[in-house]
Design a protein around this ligand. Structure first.
Ligand SMILES: Nc1ncnc2c1ncn2[C@@H]1O[C@H](COP(=O)(O)OP(=O)(O)OP(=O)(O)O)[C@@H](O)[C@H]1O
Length: 269
């Protein structure tokens, strides 16, 4: 049985002016426990809508999400989200942020302390656990967001451009951390990114979506995420097939964007 099933999901937004946007049309997808899927596609192809539906924040117009045999009907801690900006609690220190989920469940420190301290260590936050959020760099804040998500022990982690706001070097380090945490925890992960390189490096499965209506365009199974665990990601970029796949995907997305621009220009004003 697959851990996460996205079954024939469509999403239509009705707009106040009487028109509508078909954000997703009949999207079906199965993920096994422990798979890491990256999702790419031009702006507006429904990536965030899909993630929000899997999270339970949005109900699809039709279709359903099934996680470990149960229908998803709303948000809960089984699906953790990591956003582009950490959405952290500024008034709590790092350790308080990371332990927020277990504390909200009414657990005592004896129940969560060890696990939270382990997560602080593996995310490189051990020495920063008493710091206020505003004292941390953007990269460190995203480490807190990852650790906080893992502290809830979710079945699936949903990441919406989690590294998008970081500078290039920090982003590269964080990509290594995502791979490390993926292998160490065995979590099922869906990661949205606008970076083709990031999608290639992190996704053992890579989904390219197309817009209008939002749908699956092509899926790849890739060796690079496995090669990248504990390795220098710059080396992985020299692996067989990496450049060719990157070029193929770049061209695919470029063509889609050109088509969107063409349609926009042809539309009556
Ligand atoms: N609440 C809403 N009401 C109306 N239209 C919406 C709503 N949310 C999303 N849309 C539309 O649905 C389509 C898909 O949006 P979505 O944000 O999922 O795309 P995306 O691929 O994540 O885009 P981006 O890469 O720019 O973040 C877009 O045309 C968007 O304008």
């Amino acid at each position: 049985m697959s851990a996460l099933s996205i079954e024939n999901v469509s999403m239509r937004f009705d707009l106040p002016n009487g028109t509508h946007v078909q954000a997703l049309k009949e999207v079906s997808l199965e993920l096994k426990t422990g798979e890491l899927m990256s999702v790419l596609g031009p702006s507006g192809c429904g990536k965030t809508t899909l993630l929000n539906i899997v999270a339970g924040f949005l109900a699809p117009t039709s279709g359903r999400i099934v996680l470990n045999g149960q229908n998803v009907t709303g948000p809960d801690a089984k699906r953790g989200m990591v956003f582009q900006q950490g959405a952290l609690f500024e008034w709590m220190d790092v350790r308080e942020n990371v332990s927020f989920g277990p504390r909200m469940k009414g657990q005592r420190e004896a129940q969560w302390g060890e696990h939270v301290d382990h997560l602080l260590d593996v995310t490189g936050l051990g020495e920063f656990k008493d710091k206020a959020i505003y004292e941390l760099s953007g990269g460190m804040q995203q480490r807190v967001a990852l650790a906080r998500c893992l502290a809830n022990d979710p079945d699936v982690i949903l990441m919406d451009e989690p590294l998008g706001a970081l500078d290039a070097l920090t982003r590269e380090k964080m990509q290594g951390l995502v791979l490390k945490l993926w292998k160490e925890t065995g979590k099922t992960i869906i990661l949205i990114t606008h970076s083709v390189e990031e999608a290639l490096l992190l996704g053992e499965r890579l989904l390219v979506m197309a817009p209008r209506p939002g749908r699956i365009h092509k899926e790849y199974n890739l060796p690079f995420a496995d090669l990248g665990v504990g390795a220098d990601l710059r080396e992985v970029k020299h692996a067989k097939g990496y450049s060719e796949t990157r070029e193929e995907i770049l061209e695919m997305i470029w063509d889609m964007e050109e088509e969107i621009m063409g349609r926009a220009e042809a539309a009556p004003q």
